[in-house]
Design a protein around this ligand. Sequence first.
Ligand code: NAP
Length: 278
Amino acid sequence: MNPMKMRPFGPLQVPLPSVGQGTWMMENEKAGAIRALRTGIDLGATHIDTAELYGSGRVEELVGEAIQGLRDRVFLVSKVLPSNASYEGTIQACEQSLKRLGTDRLECYLLHWPGSYALEDTFRAFDHLLQDGKIRTYGVSNFDTKEMREAVAIAGKDRILCNQVLYHIGERAVEHELLPWCGENQIALVAYSPLGQGNFPKKSGLLAKIAETHQATPEQVALAFLLRSPHVFVIPKASREEHVRANAGAADLELTPGEIAELEKAFPTGPKRTLPTL
Ligand code: NAP
């Protein structure tokens, strides 16, 4: 297999693979999940997303085991809970995540969703962690366009690397405004639940038909559809090795303009509405 294609991630233009790996709910699938994560890293899916929330820390511990011996190849992302996102709380939460992950730094640290602590305080803590070398960059998650504008006004231009949001072929609300806005501002849009948590609509066999043309799977087509925008990255979660292999393969799948148009028609964006979240 060829090495996975990279694309520039956020304002720093860090080259990252378009397909990464999610880890939510891996805590009850530990052995398989560790194998799958390691296989994924070997296949180039080195962007690994986790959070202090997942399994109340148990997923970070599992990720720590999975990346042992592979740490330097991984772009490791974790997230602080909004309820911990005060200045002191963010610093403490990060230090605890690092301990569970068995590492000394995160490549990117995200605020999991907007909360009640002032963003100024959270970002000040992120800056402190940057200076200490405990994080390399930071970003946000579940921020709508208005919240992104406010966040950039506080953090300054080119400071926020990414916004991680719900985006899959059956849930295209971000395409109305947030996705183009992120593109214009060179902020990476990281699609979470890019397979709709395994339940994306397979609508009248269109995904299967396009998949067959490419000798691919409907899930690979669904991921490739999201990757048609150059600043989108996907982080499917897979505890099974066959899934992680398929997901890595999606990075090489190029849909034709005709196929994209068919999919856009079959899976419409729907009316403009507030940012959907899980
Ligand atoms: P997802 O990635 O859309 O779907 C995961 C499900 O799809 C699992 O059941 C998995 O099965 C299955 N699957 C994976 N690859 C497949 C393939 N190639 N073919 C068929 N089935 C496949 O759902 P998600 O876990 O909600 O989202 C991905 C990641 O995004 C999370 O794990 C988490 O890291 C992140 N996330 C972030 C937020 C946030 O608020 N920032 C919210 C939700 C999720 P197996 O596991 O059995 O292989």
